[in-house]
Design a protein around this ligand. Structure first.
Ligand SMILES: [Zn+2]
Length: 86
């Protein structure tokens, strides 16, 4: 049986970020997620294990007229923000 689970837009954003090193904002728009920036802030607020950051798109063959960001998701290192004196 082929069961296709329909993802929410937030899940779709997470899925795309987990499968690609960088995801351009235009790619989210092509997946019909015009509010991707808001979905990304929701994911950042919800996930403590991952952090999604954006930077100006520099992907090959992308020549955007305006400022378009590409996003990457990295796993937070456990304890990276803790200072140990031992
Ligand atoms: Zn781009």
């Amino acid at each position: 049986m082929n069961e296709i689970k329909e993802m929410t837009q937030t899940e779709k954003v997470f899925d795309m970020l987990s499968k690609n090193t960088f995801v351009c904002g235009v790619s989210f728009q092509q997946e019909y997620i015009p509010t991707y920036a808001q979905r990304i802030s929701e994911l950042n607020a919800k996930n403590s294990d991952y952090i999604i950051t954006g930077q100006k798109c520099s992907m090959p063959n992308h020549s955007h007229k305006g400022n378009v960001f590409m996003y990457s998701m990295v796993r937070k290192e456990v304890g990276s923000d803790q200072i140990s004196f031992f």
